[in-house]
Design a protein around this ligand. Structure first.
Ligand SMILES: Nc1ncnc2c1ncn2[C@@H]1O[C@H](COP(=O)(O)OS(=O)(=O)O)[C@@H](OP(=O)(O)O)[C@H]1O
Length: 458
């Protein structure tokens, strides 16, 4: 007779439960994140719940929020640790029992999946017959039964086990196969739903939009949209319709009044966007974060230069800051995009034509770097939320020169390497010229916002 092993003993034998010999890259109260011991691509990690769940096959509707949490941890980890993270190169999935090597639930993170060879691609192949779209179908029992039947048939076929040792359930990348969605998909389980955002951080690029979103997400009643969706500024996305946009939103609990916040800094400067957002929801809340225009400009330049260097820069030499922002005659080049984006008044006037001033909250991005809490408290008030973000939620990282989020066990979560880049040293004469150039635009902006900022004129 086969020897019966008690479930307690099984858990003791489970290396994910014991956590021995695991080199943990991230953990919170409920989950661990480790590197896969046989990486299929550069970033191949596993998100593992600390509580023992044998595998995805045995989960039910109650575990949807847990799966959503695991997905979010994966996204957050990559956002934080991979510079220029590209959502479209991410694949997430689970082994389907009996093809799992360790019988403790673990979500595979594969990034960039386009780096995988043909065999790995075959093993982790999405949209194959073993594909299950978790968000829309996985938890319907009908689909489960169908899937189990398919798996059973496949097991009985030759060499299946050898070729497909890993069976995957893949989440689709945003933007794919989501053209038409029924209203019935709004409620994705008894407990969670996807809704259009209540608030959008519209910009300004390089003024701290990511840090602002991450810090706001600390609030238990705020849910961030992890990626920049570029719905209103990108025709390709906009043509997919509002239902597509809603599908890009995170699932939130049905019975709680969570505020969903999206951020896409390109919205601020794209002409068609204010009208489009207004058409979606005329009473939506808008957040804008601004920094001293020259600081923003330098940050913008540093990013462009770094991207060009990474891309090899082609045959062309990368223009210096001075060459980019000034004409050879020394005049400010106001057709340079970086220069234009810092002319906040030009763009802001489009927004206030449609939205009332009490719908738009402007954050002082320089103050926010220096001390984020007071700016966050103002936003809590603006959103009508209780003040639940506090000093203890942050740790100042001296090396980075920025505040980071304090996690459980006093660990910190800072933004990734592409935030807080070294800025080039700029000739003070050029800085002075630029500040003078921006002076009238700043004054105009202050008059539109109804407050001034501590930005030097020279
Ligand atoms: N806490 C914290 N950690 C790291 N970085 C912080 C933080 N608060 C503000 N900032 C500033 O945010 C700048 C990047 O702005 P964005 O996130 O808006 O950039 S982007 O437009 O999304 O690319 C980034 O600009 P650079 O310093 O030029 O990289 C930072 O100055």
């Amino acid at each position: 007779m086969a020897k019966l092993i008690s479930s307690k003993k099984l858990i003791k034998m489970c290396i994910f439960c014991s956590q021995e010999k695991l080199s943990i890259l991230f953990q919170d109260e409920k989950f661990l994140l480790i590197k896969d011991i046989r990486p299929a691509t550069e970033h191949h990690y596993l998100v593992i719940p600390k509580e023992h769940y044998s595998n995805i096959k045995y989960l039910n509707q109650q575990q949807i929020p847990m799966i959503e949490n695991m997905k979010q941890i994966a996204q957050d980890f990559l956002q934080t640790n991979v510079s220029d993270f590209d959502q479209n190169n991410l694949r997430l999935g689970f082994h389907w029992s009996p093809f799992n090597t360790i019988d403790h639930l673990h979500l595979h993170i594969l990034y960039p999946y386009r780096q995988m060879n043909w065999l790995q691609n075959l093993i982790f192949r999405p949209n194959s017959y073993w594909f299950i779209d978790v968000e829309r179908h996985f938890f319907t029992s009908l689909c489960l039964i169908t899937f189990i039947l398919i798996v059973l048939i496949l097991i009985s076929t030759n060499n299946f086990n050898l070729i497909f040792r890993h069976q995957f359930i893949i989440w689709p990348n945003p933007g794919l196969d989501k053209k038409s969605v029924n209203e019935t998909d709004r409620i994705i389980s008894n407990e969670s739903q996807k809704v259009l955002p209540h608030c959008i951080i519209v910009g300004v690029r390089k003024c701290g939009t990511r840090a602002l979103l991450e810090f706001l997400d600390i609030h238990p009643q705020i849910t961030k949209v992890i990626n920049e969706i570029h719905f209103f500024d990108d025709e390709k996305h906009y043509n997919l319709g509002l239902e597509w946009y809603r599908q890009q939103m995170p699932a939130i609990p049905i019975n709680q009044s969570n505020i969903v916040i999206e951020k896409t800094p390109a919205y601020f400067v794209t002409e068609s966007v204010p009208e489009r957002i207004y058409a979606m929801n005329a009473s939506i809340k808008i957040i804008l974060i601004v920094r001293e225009p020259v600081v923003r400009l330098i940050s913008d330049y540093a990013q462009l230069a770094s991207n060009r260097m990474k891309g090899g820069g082609g045959q062309r030499r990368i223009e210096t800051f001075e060459e980019s922002v000034l004409y050879p005659n020394g005049k400010v080049n106001s057709s340079y995009k970086g220069i234009r984006i810092s002319m906040y008044a030009v763009y802001f006037s489009r927004w206030i034509k449609l939205f009332s001033k009490n719908q738009i909250h402007v954050v002082d991005g320089d103050q926010f770097v220096y001390d984020p809490l007071p700016e966050l408290k103002k936003i809590e008030t603006f959103l009508g939320l209780p003040h639940l973000i506090g000093h203890d939620d942050f740790i100042y990282n001296v090396t980075k020169g920025f505040y980071c989020i304090r996690l459980a066990d006093n660990q910190e979560k800072c933004l990734n390497k592409n935030k807080g880049r070294r800025h080039p040293d700029i000739n003070p004469v050029i800085i002075k010229r630029l500040r003078k150039f921006y002076e009238p635009y700043n004054k105009f902006f202050f008059s539109l916002v109804g407050r001034s900022f501590n930005w030097p004129n020279r």
